[in-house]
Ligand binder design. Structure first.
Ligand SMILES: [Fe+2]
Ligand SMILES: [Fe+2]
Length: 281
């Protein structure tokens, strides 16, 4: 029997999909001004584009994880199928940019493809609610990062890369809102339990590419120059999520205390849970 929650998730997906089809679809072939690549742009710009490309290339791992946790929900699993299509264009357009800009050869790009799967992305949150909370934080953070790099591409006069980042950013914020709308449904059904999942994700969050992207340590230094530290992360990722969900700081504080009490009870000798951290790329 279809539950009330499932009905709502299906409706949310239907609305998301209609909007995507009518307003947000874009083509790698027709909507990117490939002739406006700036071949004189800096290597730093290319390195960041390559790093984003790497993160997006773990798509099969992300889909495997996500479908594993939301498989019992029609609305959410169909969302993940559509999400995979949209995300696939992110990796393809960035890879194509690297070659057309002359920053990387086709052989280098294929070499990167081959190196990607020497490591695997493994999702840390085994439930649909936890995975959805991870989804909103990851998408909101990714949206912020692409907006920052859209400005960087514009500053270097690369209209092609600016357009790619712009199209990708639009997709990422739409994904964040889908996850947010799903979380609202979970909140209606179990507010305290859902907030505990959200707290747990915010306390333990890491961007998906951390430690698995090839040459991660050397890339991260360049990525951090975009200026996304934990203060910015808190202000531009966590706070907008809470306001989108209409969740107050006081509710989060209570959920944090409740989660800690449960953790302490479960692991009396191990002490407190993990410290708040947000290792952003
Ligand atoms: Fe993406
Ligand atoms: Fe996304």
């Amino acid at each position: 029997m279809t539950t009330r929650i499932e009905e709502k998730l299906y409706r949310i997906y239907w609305e998301f999909f209609e909007k995507a089809e009518r307003e947000r679809r874009w083509s790698v072939f027709d909507d990117i001004p490939w002739d406006k690549v700036n071949q004189e742009a800096s290597e730093d710009l290319a390195l960041c584009a390559e790093t984003f490309c790497c993160v997006e290339l773990y798509l099969p791992d992300y889909i495997t994880y996500a479908l594993g946790v939301v498989r019992n929900s029609f609305g959410q699993s169909w969302f993940q199928a559509n999400w995979g299509y949209e995300e696939s264009k992110h990796a393809l357009s960035l890879g194509e940019y690297l070659v057309r800009s002359g920053k990387r050869t086709k052989d280098q790009l294929h070499d990167l493809h081959n190196r990607i799967f020497s490591k695997q992305f493994v999702g840390k949150y085994p439930t649909a609610i936890g995975g959805t909370c991870y989804g909103i934080v990851q998408e909101m953070a990714t949206f912020l990062i692409y907006c920052k790099h859209r400005a960087r591409a514009a500053a270097e006069g690369d209209e092609c890369l600016r357009t790619i980042y712009n199209l990708i950013a639009r997709d990422e914020i739409a994904h964040a809102h889908f996850y947010g709308d799903a979380i609202k449904v979970f909140l209606e059904s179990d507010r305290e339990g859902t907030l505990e999942h959200l707290v747990h994700v915010m306390q333990t969050f890491e961007m998906p590419g951390v430690d698995i992207v090839p040459d991660y340590d050397s890339r991260i230094l360049k990525m951090r120059e975009a200026g996304i530290d934990s203060t910015v992360f808190n202000r531009k990722v966590f706070q907008p999520i809470l306001s989108y969900l209409s969740v107050t700081r006081d509710e989060m504080r209570k959920a944090r205390l409740s989660l800690k009490a449960k953790d302490d009870k479960r692991r009396p000798k191990e002490g407190v849970s993990a410290p708040a951290s947000a290792r952003a790329m």
